[in-house]
Design a binder for this molecule. Structure first.
Ligand SMILES: *[C@@H]1O[C@H](CO)[C@@H](O)[C@H](O)[C@H]1NC(C)=O
Ligand SMILES: *[C@@H]1O[C@H](CO)[C@@H](O)[C@H](O)[C@H]1NC(C)=O
Ligand SMILES: *[C@@H]1O[C@H](CO)[C@@H](O)[C@H](O)[C@H]1NC(C)=O
Ligand SMILES: *[C@@H]1O[C@H](CO)[C@@H](O)[C@H](O)[C@H]1NC(C)=O
Ligand SMILES: *[C@@H]1O[C@H](CO)[C@@H](O)[C@H](O)[C@H]1NC(C)=O
Ligand SMILES: *[C@@H]1O[C@H](CO)[C@@H](O)[C@H](O)[C@H]1NC(C)=O
Ligand SMILES: *[C@@H]1O[C@H](CO)[C@@H](O)[C@H](O)[C@H]1NC(C)=O
Length: 365
């Protein structure tokens, strides 16, 4: 029993709350769209005979109206429809005493249907970008009441394309560039989300320029980013998604842009450790990276040298490499250690083996 107490209290509070906090009376006979579509014979008399109704009574908002005698329900409660598509709305006056049920539609002048049945269905091909839709009932007791039905007309973008602002060709490392994503012919733009990607990684989701247009617009979204060498060869793209909420299509419309492949000039970067170990007899090699490939000159003791193809112990020591890349020229110092034979650990084993052999030879002698 305790479990039931709370929800009921809450329900009462919410009923009181909604009764007091919605001072806008929707149930007013003076409302123009309502009188426009009322059937000619009985309705005007009903309207004229009405005393001015107390605000808040017999009005509805949302899926179902709980107040007064106005318990109209509309299915679906929010109409989300793609431009040009047909849709159907069903308004029901189940459990109400009324003399008629009908739709008010503006600006579509289509079938202003009116019925005395328990429900009324309205079907139309959506060919306007914004629509005011109400279902109304003429109550026996309280006169007219109505329910507003939100209508969202959407259209996926015609085209989504990505570009770099004011830049062509290769970019430079560690500089700031602006990507822009142009979304053409989308409605409603307030429900549009644009995401920039590098490969599969989302980079950012800039806000819309706060346009509230219900008609298709073209909007450009921008994202600043700073280049790094990893961006070289990376693919950038953007994606526009219409997020139309739970009443919207199950798979929200998504349009992806083309991919652009970034070329980032970077370097020089040293591609080997600054303390480089190499085995005796092996090639001494250290890559200096960059895009495009830097020009490198190796120095040892101030002399230009070629790196040995077969290292020996006298090749150990300090080397300097002067690398001239697209962005800058740099010197790196590499300290080379040449490991004997098969490396440090192996050479120990070698000496051990030699010792064993010598002991055996001594034994033989
Ligand atoms: C409209 O809704 C009413 C009440 O929910 C239901 O009885 C009726 O079958 C519906 N009509 C259509 C065409 O969906
Ligand atoms: C909607 O459009 C289709 C095809 O364009 C047409 O057959 C149908 O009659 C239209 N329906 C309404 C309610 O206008
Ligand atoms: C989309 O926009 C891009 C860039 O403006 C253009 O190159 C491309 O042809 C457009 N695609 C379509 C289908 O309109
Ligand atoms: C791009 O360049 C044009 C003209 O060169 C300039 O007017 C505009 O402000 C630049 N835009 C950006 C974002 O830098
Ligand atoms: C989409 O737009 C509707 C009204 O047009 C709004 O109620 C809803 O919150 C919006 N959804 C998002 C995710 O912005
Ligand atoms: C991007 O950088 C420009 C200056 O380069 C700045 O004016 C603009 O506000 C930045 N935009 C964003 C979204 O950070
Ligand atoms: C790099 O080192 C070389 C040889 O030591 C020297 O001649 C040159 O000036 C240095 N350059 C830079 C940019 O440090």
């Amino acid at each position: 029993m305790q479990i039931c107490g709370r929800p009921i209290t809450l329900l009462l509070v919410s009923l009181l709350g909604s009764a007091t906090s919605s001072p806008v009376s929707i149930c007013t006979p003076a409302q123009p769209p309502l009188s426009q579509i009322l059937p000619p014979s009985p309705a005007p008399t009903v309207l004229q005979s009405l005393p001015s109704p107390s605000p808040g009574l017999a009005s509805a908002s949302g899926a179902s109206a709980g107040k007064g005698g106005c318990r109209l329900t509309v299915s679906p409660s929010t109409l989300v429809v793609r431009f040009g598509d047909p849709f159907t709305a069903n308004c029901s006056g189940q459990g109400m005493d009324y003399s008629g049920l009908g739709w008010v539609v503006s600006p579509l002048k289509a079938n202003p249907a009116y019925t005395m049945e328990r429900f009324i269905v309205w079907t139309v091909n959506m060919t306007v970008w914004s629509l005011t839709l109400q279902c109304f009932a003429l109550l026996e007791q309280d006169g007219p009441c109505h329910i507003d039905v939100p209508v969202i007309v959407y259209k996926p973008p015609d085209n989504v394309s990505i570009s770099l602002v004011n830049h062509t060709g290769a970019m430079l490392e560690d500089r700031r560039y602006t990507l822009q994503c142009s979304v053409e012919g989308v409605a409603p733009v307030e429900n549009l989300t644009v995401t920039f990607y590098r490969g599969q990684k989302a980079l950012g989701r800039p806000q819309s320029c706060s346009s509230r247009s219900k008609e298709p617009v073209t909007e450009i979204f921008a994202l600043n980013f700073t280049t790094s060498s990893e961006d070289d060869g990376a693919e950038f793209w953007c994606e526009a998604e219409l997020d139309l909420g739970p009443e919207g299509p199950q798979h929200p419309p998504v349009v992806k842009s083309q991919h652009i492949t970034a070329a980032v000039h970077f370097g020089p970067q040293l591609g080997c450790p600054t303390k480089l170990q190499v085995r005796e007899g092996e090639i001494l090699n250290c890559e200096v990276r960059g895009n495009p490939q830097p020009r490198v000159t190796w120095f040892r003791d101030g002399q230009v040298v070629a790196l040995p193809t077969s290292s020996s112990r006298q090749h150990a020591g300090k080397y300097t490499v002067l690398a001239i890349g697209p962005v800058e020229r740099k010197n790196f110092t590499v300290e080379v250690e040449v490991l004997g034979g098969g490396g440090t650990a192996n050479s120990c084993n070698g000496y051990f083996l030699l010792a064993v052999l010598m002991i055996q030879m001594i034994n033989w002698l």
